[in-house]
Design a protein around this ligand. Sequence first.
Ligand SMILES: [Zn+2]
Length: 145
Amino acid sequence: MPRRKRRRLVTKEPHVSVYKPAGIPTRELEEILITIGEFEALRLADFEGLSQRDASTAMEISQPTFNTVLSSARHKVASGLVQGYILRIEGGQYRLSDGTGILECLDCGASVDMSSENKSTCQKCGSIRLRWLRWEKGKRPGDKK
Ligand SMILES: [Zn+2]
């Protein structure tokens, strides 16, 4: 069976999407981008305390993949804190587990941040070719008819 890159299943999106060191102008700061999937991995493993096995099941990805995502997330957060960078949490390819669907960019494949005020353009590449993905319960979003 061919391996297909699947979107990480995300239970909830973060309340806050940007963390910025106080007292320093934004233009003088570097920024680290943490994807929603990486944030979810951190949340499940380090906040909720799930085992990597349970957390990977929750996100519907393999344990090695979860491990890679989690390591990347931890490294980004640590380097952001140590070096005083802006941490921005957004983007990446993901879908929400409540099944309400997502907007996907047809040009670069990014998921559009639904909490953003501007839902008509892709925040990643600026494209306006967006597709609203919806699926019925129990049906995989990637499945072809
Ligand atoms: Zn795009």
